[in-house]
Design a protein around this ligand. Structure first.
Ligand code: SF4
Length: 194
């Protein structure tokens, strides 16, 4: 049975690939993540995804769709709903491609992350499974959280520090950077933050 695995990044796809391989699926990874910004980070993750596909010797389809402009247009007005929007367009694209290319199933490495909304992602997969008439393969890949981390370190896959969009990058670093700056300023006599 052929399965299209939406690959949000290299590390998150490790455990899903191992599970699907054990179940004898013929796996094709699909890197489609216009939500990853800025562009240097986008290509780091894309290359990490390719590294994982190469390591496990599976097929991979890569989209070089870098969607900052599109994402900002939508996000500017809908920031509070950004994750729902972000799941939706990636899962729909995966289900659509799986249907067009004649895959038996599709699934997503988003189901590996402990930090994503697992139930919402599952519901969206079911919705687009019905819309595009292609089977969705559900598995709670979160059970392999530790295994994925360890393996990604062992094979030296690029490991990102934030979810993907520029908003998540701000959330990840803002407090840390502000603290560093205030420590720096407080150590000087002639500098202050306004
Ligand atoms: S935080 Fe992550 S899931 Fe949410 S919008 Fe940003 S990249 Fe997408």
């Amino acid at each position: 049975m052929k399965i299209l695995l939406h690959q949000c990044c290299g590390p998150c796809s490790i455990f899903p690939i191992e599970v699907l391989g054990e179940k004898n699926f013929e796996i094709t990874a699909y890197f489609f993540n216009p939500n990853i910004h800025p562009i240097h980070e986008f290509y780091m993750r894309l290359n990490g995804a390719i590294d994982v596909a190469k390591y496990y010797d599976i097929n991979i389809i890569v989209s070089e769709n870098y969607g900052l402009e599109y994402f900002l247009d939508k996000e500017f007005y809908e920031k509070s709903k950004r994750c729902s929007f972000c799941y939706d367009f990636r899962i729909e694209a995966t289900a659509k491609l799986a249907s067009e290319m004649g895959f038996d199933f599709f699934t997503t490495s988003l189901l590996y992350s402990k930090y994503q909304n697992h139930n919402e992602i599952t519901d969206l997969c079911e919705k687009y499974s019905n819309k595009y008439n292609v089977n969705f393969y559900y598995y709670d890949f979160r059970e392999g959280w530790k295994r994925g981390i360890e393996k990604s370190k062992e094979i030296e896959i690029y490991r990102q520090q934030y979810c993907g969009c520029i908003f998540s990058e701000e959330e990840r670093y803002k407090k840390q950077l502000k603290n560093q700056l205030s420590n720096r300023i407080s150590s000087l006599n002639n500098a202050e933050a306004v």
